[in-house]
Design a protein around this ligand. Structure first.
Ligand code: SAM
Length: 280
């Protein structure tokens, strides 16, 4: 491993705003952010108080908790943190050297309501209690183009079922991607499972969408991978939806059949060759 990576890994071990594979965090995020705000050193996760959902009369109102999944350098956690002082933000990723970037900026700029978890997304349910998260942002995740890897896509029902375990009933999921394939796949999932689609566009920065009442200023935050244009689509696709229905396992096979009909199996180049495009 490179020297720079080692330095970053060592640095985040001392950061109060980075938790690596933390134990016992469900229900404790509000208390944790209060300690961050107080500049507490060596926050003891074991002694943090459990917080209710804030919805019962006698409970303290808690700030909404927003989760950025596969956050990389955490541009959304940090960017949203700058926009909304009245919410808490957690970026989650496996790679410590990437998290280091966002966590260092949050530390430098005194964003005490922005933190990071280093872990596997597959284990995300270990970190949040039921109804603890208000919104989820997924920005430029690996599109997992091969059909055989469809289950690894972060908007596959397999993952959506995990998110449902901690997302509030009316909670919202945002997906930003440059992959027409992932966009179309996600729209198919939403339609098949009858989820509520709030906003969808295959050209986020088109004048038409920018000027429409659907434009959301939060979408103006740009991430590192957004700048790379890996899918060569030259278009940013965006979907906002709710996880407001049950996701029956029986439909997973149907999903498999549907996507086998229209999806590319190799790359975006073959998508272009076949003249297929994500439908609006
Ligand atoms: C293509 S990058 C996008 C990063 C960032 N959202 C952006 O737009 O710049 C995908 C990120 O997902 C993370 N990732 C992939 N699989 C993961 C997993 N199973 N658990 C946690 N993070 C994962 C990678 O470490 C990587 O940082």
């Amino acid at each position: 491993m490179g020297q720079k990576k080692l330095i970053k890994f060592a640095a985040i071990k001392d950061y109060e705003n980075v938790l690596e594979y933390p134990q016992g965090m469900p229900g404790k995020w509000a208390a944790y952010f209060k300690e961050l705000e107080k500049n507490t050193v060596n926050i003891n996760l074991d002694t943090l108080a459990l917080t209710g959902s804030g919805q019962n009369q006698n409970e303290e109102i808690v700030k909404p908790l927003v989760l950025e999944l596969a956050c990389g350098r955490g541009e959304y956690a940090v960017g949203l943190g700058r926009m909304f002082a009245d919410q808490n933000f957690v970026g989650l990723d496996l790679k410590g050297n990437r998290i280091w970037k966002g966590a260092s900026i949050a530390n430098r700029d005194g964003l005490k309501h922005v933190a990071f978890v280093r872990t596997q997304i597959d284990q995300v349910t270990q970190y949040f209690a039921k109804d603890e998260v208000s919104e989820i942002w997924i920005t430029f995740p690996d599109p997992q183009l091969r059909l055989s890897k469809a289950k690894k896509r972060l908007t596959h029902p397999k993952f959506l079922r995990l998110y449902q375990q901690f997302l509030k009933p009316n909670g919202i999921v945002h997906l930003k991607t440059d992959s027409p394939n992932l966009y179309l796949f996600t729209k198919t999932v939403i339609e098949l499972f009858g989820l509520t689609l709030i906003t969808t566009t295959d050209n986020l920065y088109s004048t038409e969408f920018l000027q429409s009442d659907k434009w959301d200023d939060r979408c103006s935050i740009k991430t590192y991978y957004e700048g790379l244009n890996i899918a060569s689509s030259n278009r940013i696709h965006y979907i906002q939806f709710k996880l407001d229905k049950e996701l029956p396992f029986e439909l997973d096979d149907k999903l498999k059949d549907i996507i086998a009909e229209f999806e590319v199996t190799e790359t975006h180049e073959s998508l272009a060759r076949n003249g297929k495009q994500a439908m609006e």
